[in-house]
Design a protein around this ligand. Structure first.
Ligand code: FAD
Length: 550
């Protein structure tokens, strides 16, 4: 489905009502759906639907939160809604919050409020594509105008795919060539709204305020882990943006992947991703602001490493994700190498729960669980460790953990980066593995990042902080941290595990090449069997692992 603006009812009477359905796009600035809803309408109903699928507490989940989202992201969303409500109130309106299955709630609202036009930001996520189709079908039968503009991304992924003959570009460079400058780039975006028409009669609906975590049924107690330090909402997004842009030299010289992944007091990147994820910040506005900075400096970096380049990585993944069936799976995904990943729940749990015994990896996983945000290179390290670097576990399992715990969790970007890091797609140099002991040390030789996120190791001397199992017992005693008791021994030996991973990746790549990419599930299974059978090395590795665990 392409974004739509179907003018089924263009002679709308001026006393009529419009509905703006907020999902992402939780902002006033550069919000074409809100702006259009406000135009020529006597009443505007700004609606957010609390979807139980996303928000209901799930006590069985592996971390506090709902089935799909960790509590930090839910809190971030509620803060963003409260901020939006406040901004709407300043414009003479307010946010209406209802609970239930979104398409059922929406259709009831459209009927009872006699809505003549419904406006919502176009969304490429499969969940919203399905939901939006239901709403569009209903609206079309009921003669309601639908306005669904592209404003979450800089480009419309469908346009890029069309320019490329119906297929998504599979490299960043080819994406750049096709995309060029966005059509709106040189015209000013609407960033201020002076008012929004009042909310009409809400009929029989019981409208609630933006709920608190407690009102949604989340129990918070004193023992609860640290929650993310990042506050949700458009106001905070714009404040953060201003702060980042105020240092023009920093913006002009921004170069990723340079930058310190262990910097946590002042992160090395903007931390605007959660705001872009929920649309508290418009990516188009961000892009225009960056271009303004570039105009006023002598020299600046360029894509792929510049800040504009980072926004274009986002666009790249959105485009490929939109044009690739089964993008979020290995099976049935044409751009994904078929690899016989191992299945090992114990190892997966050790990784997820920050118990791998590698402090650099575990500290990153604690930052993920508590903050819901880590630096890009930190994400690289733990994703590589889980998949092709050490544990040889399926990228989909790691993706699920990130999807739940990240506050910037984004369907297209998360899946795209997991495909990349596991060498399943886009990037194929599987011999290049991040060392879980020496990579972090380059940036943070004293191990301050580890000490902060793993306080059990706070007194470990810097000589041992990245490999505490090598510390003599007297040192461990003095540091009040006995390895194997207070902090785990490594779950694998990196040297042998990474060697084994390379061997398996080599075999899997050879199979994919031999079968020209058409690898069935049975082919993958028989390769796994063969690798297990003639895996003398692997058996030795496993024995070593047992030795380390016991
Ligand atoms: P900055 O460096 O300040 O960049 C500005 C913006 O550019 C970001 O906010 C983001 O929107 C975009 N961007 C930056 N890097 C990338 C990238 N590699 N791919 C796509 N867009 C990018 N990012 C998410 O937003 N959501 C995710 O779910 C997500 N999952 C990831 C999973 C893995 C395994 C890896 C390796 C990376 C993932 N990223 C994800 C990409 C990246 O790590 C984050 O976007 C970035 O660290 C966010 O921090 P920032 O806002 O300070 O980025």
């Amino acid at each position: 489905m392409t974004p739509s603006h179907s003018l089924l009812n263009s002679n709308m009477p001026s006393g009529s009502a419009s509905l703006i359905w907020f999902r992402k796009g939780l902002r006033i600035h550069d919000n074409p759906a809100l702006e259009y809803a406000s135009r020529a309408s006597a009443f505007v109903y700004p609606l957010f639907v609390i979807d139980p699928h996303y928000m209901e507490p799930d006590p069985k989940a592996f971390s506090p939160g709902s089935t799909r989202a960790g509590i930090s992201r839910i809190r971030f969303l509620l803060e963003s809604l409260a901020d939006l409500d406040l901004s709407l109130k300043k414009l003479g309106s307010r946010l209406l919050v209802l609970k239930g299955e979104p398409s059922e709630v929406l259709i009831r609202c459209l009927k009872e409020w006699d809505v003549k036009k419904i406006c919502f930001e176009y969304d490429t996520d499969p969940y919203y594509q399905a939901l939006d189709n239901k709403i569009k079908n209903y609206a079309s039968l009921a003669g309601i105008e639908v306005f669904s503009p592209v404003s979450h991304t800089l480009f419309n992924p469908a346009d890029i795919i069309e320019k490329n003959g119906g297929r998504p570009p599979l490299s960043y460079q080819s994406f750049l060539k096709l995309a060029g400058e966005p059509s709106w780039a040189s015209s000013p975006l609407l960033v201020e709204l002076s008012s929004v028409p009042p909310v009409g009669d809400v009929a029989s609906f019981e409208i609630s305020q933006v709920p608190t975590l407690k009102e949604l049924g989340y129990v918070q107690n004193d023992q609860q882990e640290e929650l993310t330090p990042f506050r949700g909402g458009e106001s905070e997004a714009l404040r953060r943006l201003r702060e980042s842009l105020s240092d023009k030299e920093w913006v002009a010289n921004f170069e990723k992947p340079k930058g310190d992944p262990s910097a946590y007091i002042k992160p090395a990147t903007t931390v605007l991703s959660p705001y872009l994820k929920f649309g508290c910040l418009s990516s188009r506005y961000f892009y225009q602001c960056l271009k303004d900075v570039y105009k006023n400096v002598k020299r600046h970096t360029s894509p792929p490493v510049s800040l504009v380049g980072q926004l274009l990585w986002r666009e790249f993944f959105y485009t490929v994700a939109f044009g690739t069936p089964n993008f979020d799976k290995m099976n049935g995904n044409k751009i994904c190498k078929q690899i016989p990943w191992n299945d090992d729940d114990e190892l997966l749990a050790a990784w997820r729960e920050a118990r791998t015994g590698y402090p650099w990896i575990d500290a990153i996983m604690v930052q993920l669980r508590e903050w819901g945000w880590m630096h890009h290179l930190a994400r690289h390290c733990v994703a590589c460790f889980l998949t092709r670097g050490d544990l040889f576990l399926h990228w989909e399992k790691g993706r699920d953990v990130f999807e739940r715990l990240l506050i910037d969790s984004d369907w297209a970007i998360n899946n795209g980066n997991w495909l990349w890091l596991s060498c399943s797609s886009f990037f194929y140099q599987y011999n290049r593995i991040y060392s879980p002991t020496s990579f972090g040390k380059k940036y943070d030789p004293h191990g301050d990042y580890i000490r902060h996120f793993l306080p059990i190791l706070k007194d470990m001397p810097k000589e041992y902080i990245y490999e505490p199992w090598t510390a003599p017992l007297s040192v461990q005693n003095k540091a009040k941290c006995i390895i194997g008791r207070d902090y785990p021994k490594p779950v694998v030996s990196h040297d042998s595990a990474s060697k084994e991973c390379r061997r398996k990746m080599g075999e899997a790549y050879a199979l994919n090449k031999k079968l020209n990419g058409v690898v069935s599930e049975d082919d993958v299974k028989s390769l796994r069997r063969r690798l297990d059978e003639d895996g003398g090395q692997e058996a030795r590795g496993r024995r070593q692992r047992q030795k380390l665990i016991s």
